[in-house]
Write a protein that binds this ligand. Structure first.
Ligand code: IPE
Ligand code: IPE
Ligand code: MG
Ligand code: MG
Ligand code: MG
Length: 302
């Protein structure tokens, strides 16, 4: 379905974002549905914007393995629901205490802390339900179970939530090590990205060898994504990011710039992106859009 107007990566990302947003709106309860304030809070955070990178990774992985990406559109949305839940909770006063997200007030600022906690809970639950339901059809049944297991593993205590816990505990670490920062990043950010790729790859019936290569690509872009996130926090501003900068240093977070310095972090970022590109090109269809997505992650401004 790639059209001539979609040749550049920016156009590709914009077109996928549009598809994902439409499907998300269809899959989430309307803001008029009971209980209204909860659904309004969910929609406030989900539709404030966002790059939709995790769903796009899922779609692009499916395309790489030769599948019609519309077959994985709903699971892709499930990943975004889970990601947005993680952002709502990450911003809470007890965690990072942020008041701006995706260019708008954070969920707890707009709707109160209790509603924000419940909106996060609801998005997690709804997201998992999407993996149980879609894609429909008997031929997907075993693959769906595998995807659900992969997602649950990747967002649990030995994945994303474990990484979030370690991120918070490391605020009190006087001298965080490189190993500690890599472990935090791999878990709080990398695991959901790897699961997003795996979901697309599994539902496109990729071979085990190709799924392993895809996962290696995911490790590289997951790390690169969070190095870039840390660098943007040091080097950018709220108007560009849609979230406040300078927060990591103020909170004493264990980040790449803290442990490696900004210059080495930039070099590490560039090297990790090149490794990801190299791995992606060894996938079927030369990784389809995955090499360009890796470069986008390194170059992004928000
Ligand atoms: C921000 O993720 C949280 C991290 C894991 C660093 P994104 O930068 O993908 O946020 P959105 O979805 O585009 O808002
Ligand atoms: C957030 O990491 C990771 C998750 C939400 C799981 P950060 O705390 O660095 O993300 P930002 O900078 O607030 O977006
Ligand atoms: Mg955080
Ligand atoms: Mg944060
Ligand atoms: Mg950050």
């Amino acid at each position: 379905l790639t059209t001539a107007t979609e040749t550049g990566i920016a156009a590709y990302l914009a077109a996928r974002r549009e598809e994902v947003d439409q499907a998300l709106s269809r899959l989430l309860p309307s803001a008029e549905a009971w209980p209204k304030s909860l659904h309004a809070a969910i929609r406030h955070s989900v539709f404030a914007g966002g790059k939709r990178l995790r769903p796009i990774l899922c779609l692009a992985a499916a395309e790489t393995f030769g599948a019609d990406r519309t077959a994985v559109l709903e699971p892709a949305c499930g990943l975004e629901m889970i990601h947005t839940y993680s952002l709502i909770h990450d911003d809470l006063p007890a965690l990072d205490n942020d008041d701006l997200r995706r260019g708008v007030p954070t969920c707890h600022v707009a709707f109160g802390e209790a509603t924000a906690i419940l909106a996060g809970d609801a998005l997690l639950t709804h997201g998992l339900g999407v993996f149980a339901l879609y894609p429909q059809g008997e031929r997907y049944a075993p693959a769906k179970v595998r995807v659900l297991q992969t997602v649950v593993d990747s967002i649990g205590t030995t994945g994303m939530i474990g990484g979030q816990m370690a991120d918070l505990e490391a605020e009190h670490e006087a001298e965080p090590t490189e190993d500690l920062v890599e472990k935090i990043h791999e878990n709080k950010t990398g695991r959901l990205m790897r699961a997003s790729l795996a979901a697309g790859g599994i539902l496109a019936f990729g071979s085990d060898d190709d799924l392993s290569r895809l996962d290696l690509y995911g490790r590289k872009i997951g790390l690169a994504f969070q190095i870039k996130d840390d660098l943007l926090d040091v080097e950018s501003d709220a108007a560009t990011l849609g979230k406040k900068s300078g927060k990591d240093a103020a909170a004493g977070k264990a980040t790449f710039p803290v442990v490696w310095g900004t210059e080495r972090s930039h070099r590490m970022l560039a090297q990790t992106i090149e490794e990801a590109v190299e791995i992606a090109t060894r996938l079927p269809r030369s990784g389809s859009r995955l090499p360009e997505i890796a470069r986008f992650i390194g170059a992004r401004k928000s």
